[in-house]
Write a protein that binds this ligand. Structure first.
Ligand SMILES: Nc1ncnc2c1ncn2[C@@H]1O[C@H](COP(=O)(O)OP(=O)(O)O)[C@@H](O)[C@H]1O
Ligand SMILES: [Mg+2]
Length: 362
């Protein structure tokens, strides 16, 4: 294999930014492609290419700058990645993780095929199917678009038959959905799993996630759950990665219901917001192990070195919570403030999760 000097990253958001930072620490140069004029990663990368994710000329330019290419965003058209590979670009992850995870139904079917639990769901293509799925699942339910949903967008909560009837306008014959049973959740956790091109596979300790308005508010670790449950959740994430055979990073979001049943919610084929704390609270970050994975290096066995709380700074909190910025490890994404936009995060380290929550006022 040719020597790797420069890592190409498709997508230049905060995940791309932190991948660049990890790559640099490991001695690599970085080249980033993103549609925005100056996204987060443009502040830290060595080469910046502005271009849409389906702009094959721009992607070819990225490929000339990079010895290996990865992605930080699952909604990149997978066929474009496939084409780049056909043209000789080295993308060890392939387009397969994008193909599976950018479509909610494909993703859920893959989890089922791996014999792992999901919340009961049905594919819904039209209004008749919605009503019939709703009759089988009962209330409460949640309708989700198959493509492009994130941070709670593209989701509709259904409490009654009337709610379901009011969603008729969504069905224009082109959009695909899944209807899911809404579970009574006790906790939400996530597990980041990394697999190197050499087959080395490692899982990070679980993070525990709290959402607000459908957006991740904060993550704490260690997750406050019995060891046996934590081991079971971690094993599910590892089994799924092994079943899928992906290279790179797979972030697995899991639900734990009030009966201690574990379900896999959704997947991301990239580092994840709920793994930001690994930069300071683990012996290796999710970003560093990802870079190691795609460059064929052995992975570091991840261990939590401190209790931690990672707080997302969302929208206007960039102003209202600025007094917290110097109290922890502050990561600025260099964005202009917009409602619901992830602007920055702060990672706090301490003796235990309870006192960290208290310190931050949560
Ligand atoms: N089936 C469900 N039962 C209970 N809560 C759910 C369910 N699906 C989603 N949620 C809640 O909504 C949040 C966002 O849903 P998710 O499927 O992860 O979509 P997104 O792509 O927006 O992250 C979850 O983290 C969880 O809090
Ligand atoms: Mg989610």
């Amino acid at each position: 294999m040719k020597q790797i000097t420069t890592i190409g990253i498709i997508g230049g958001g905060q995940l791309g930014m932190m991948l660049c930072e990890a790559a640099r620490e490991l001695g690599y140069k970085t080249a980033v492609l993103d549609p925005a004029e100056r996204p987060s990663a443009a502040y830290v990368c060595d080469h910046y290419v502005q271009g849409n994710f389906d702009d094959i000329a721009a992607l070819r330019h990225l490929a000339t700058l990079a010895d290996v290419i990865t992605y930080e965003f699952e909604n990149i058209p997978y066929h474009i990645v496939q084409q780049l590979i056909t043209e000789g670009a080295y993308i060890p992850q392939t387009e397969q993780p994008l193909y599976v995870t950018q479509h909610r139904l494909r993703e859920k079917n893959a989890i089922r095929a791996a014999n792992l639990p999901t919340a009961p769901f049905f594919a819904v293509q039209n209004y008749q199917q919605l009503i019939s799925a709703f009759e089988q699942l009962g209330t409460p339910a949640i309708l989700k678009t198959c493509f492009g949903g994130y941070d709670g967008k593209g989701q509709w909560r259904i409490e009654s038959q009337t709610d379901a009837q009011q969603l008729q306008h969504l069905f224009d014959g082109t959009t695909a959905y899944v209807l899911e049973q809404r579970l009574l959740l006790a906790q939400e956790v996530s597990c980041v799993v990394t697999c190197s091109t050499n087959g080395d596979l490692q899982a990070f300790p679980l993070g525990e996630n709290v959402h607000r308005n459908g957006i991740l508010h904060y993550t704490t670790a260690p997750a406050q759950l019995p060891d046996s449950l934590a081991a079971q959740a971690t094993q599910m994430a590892i089994s799924l990665m092994q079943y899928l055979g992906f290279v790179g990073t797979l972030a697995v979001e899991l639900f734990i219901d009030t009966n201690n049943q574990i379900y896999i919610n959704e997947l991301a084929p990239r580092p994840h917001n709920s793994g930001h704390h690994t930069i300071e609270a683990c012996n290796v970050s999710q970003y560093a192990n990802h870079i190691r994975a795609i460059t064929g290096q052995p992975l570091i066995v991840p261990k939590l070195t401190s209790a931690t709380l990672m707080l997302n700074i969302i929208g206007d909190e960039y102003h209202t919570l600025s007094q917290l910025f110097t109290k922890g490890h502050f990561h600025d994404y260099h964005k202009t403030v917009k409602p619901n936009r992830k602007m920055a995060h702060i990672t706090f380290l301490g003796d235990d999760v309870a006192s960290l929550k208290q310190q931050v006022g949560l």
